[in-house]
Write a protein that binds this ligand. Structure first.
Ligand SMILES: NC(=O)c1ccc[n+]([C@@H]2O[C@H](COP(=O)([O-])OP(=O)(O)OC[C@H]3O[C@@H](n4cnc5c(N)ncnc54)[C@H](OP(=O)(O)O)[C@@H]3O)[C@@H](O)[C@H]2O)c1
Length: 244
């Protein structure tokens, strides 16, 4: 039996892309998954797909920019399955732009979703994990937590922050496993909200050499399935043919 079987795993940002692929894979491997995002019709379809093939899944609407909502999402998972063994803070946005364009609302949104959202998730699960003396938090950062490119200053800053939050959380909590997954370029909906045409083209060009989301799902599964005394702290997964 794998160390995934029977685990209660809550995943934010599971209505598309990496979160959705991760939910499908972990459910297939026997986890009880609770999926959250704002587009509930997509979550409903995902849960129906998983349960129709014998998996165990529930969904709940969550906006991770709200501390109360994120706690409500975790409380829902606990009410449905008794506890949360693993939280995957995956929700993220990437409206890239040059700093000089002063798209400050987009800067705020990235900070609210990518940093505050992760902190809200941590706050919602940490007390129980500390009290139990076990648990795992997986934060989806990015290759942008390791390199910065023009148009990516604020997005990368949020992902550097995710890296730092993970590292501090790990050092302070010897009984909680903490994993940072840093994907390179993956073909998903991320960046659909970029408004500048040349930046859209830059991303489209990068995506010519992209992984599919299941590659990241397998990295997440690898981190979850290790024995409890093994803490996979960081995984970077890039397309072989790409610098990013
Ligand atoms: N694709 C890549 O190349 C790549 C590379 C490195 C890192 N990443 C990271 O991977 C993670 C997943 O992104 P993806 O590539 O799978 O993109 P995606 O397909 O756009 O998925 C992003 C998810 O985040 C959710 N989300 C956005 N704002 C939210 C909010 N306020 N509250 C709750 N959920 C919210 C979206 O759902 P709703 O809109 O339904 O709420 C969606 O499910 C992100 O953290 C991203 O930064 C992606």
């Amino acid at each position: 039996m794998s160390n995934i079987t029977g685990k209660v795993i809550a995943i934010t940002g599971a209505s598309s892309g990496i979160g959705e692929a991760t939910a499908r894979l972990l459910a297939e491997r026997g986890a009880q998954v609770v999926v959250g995002a704002r587009r509930t019709e997509r979550l409903e379809t995902l849960v129906a797909d998983i349960t129709s093939t014998g998996g165990s899944a529930r969904f709940r609407a969550v906006d991770v920019t709200s501390r109360e909502d994120t706690k409500g999402f975790v409380d829902f998972a606990k009410a449905e399955f008794g506890r949360v063994d693993v939280l995957i803070n995956n929700a993220g946005v990437m409206p890239l732009s040059m700093m000089g364009d002063l798209k400050v609302d987009d800067w705020d949104r990235m900070i609210d979703v990518n940093i505050r959202g992760v902190l809200h998730g941590v706050a919602a699960v940490l007390p129980d994990m500390q009290a139990r003396g076990n648990g795992q938090v997986i934060n989806v950062a990015s290759i942008g937590a390791h390199v910065v490119i023009p148009t990516g200053a604020v997005y990368c800053a949020t992902k550097y922050a995710v890296w730092a939050i993970s590292e501090g959380l790990r050092q302070e909590n010897p009984n909680v496993r903490v994993t940072t997954i840093s994907p390179g370029v993956v073909a998903t909906e991320l960046g659909h909200d970029i408004t500048d045409a040349s930046t859209q083209e830059l991303l489209a060009d990068l995506r010519k050499k992209a992984l599919t989301p299941d590659a990241i799902a397998r990295a997440v599964a690898y981190a979850v399935e290790q024995p409890d005394d093994v803490d996979v702290n960081e995984v970077i997964v890039r397309p072989t043919v790409s610098a990013f």
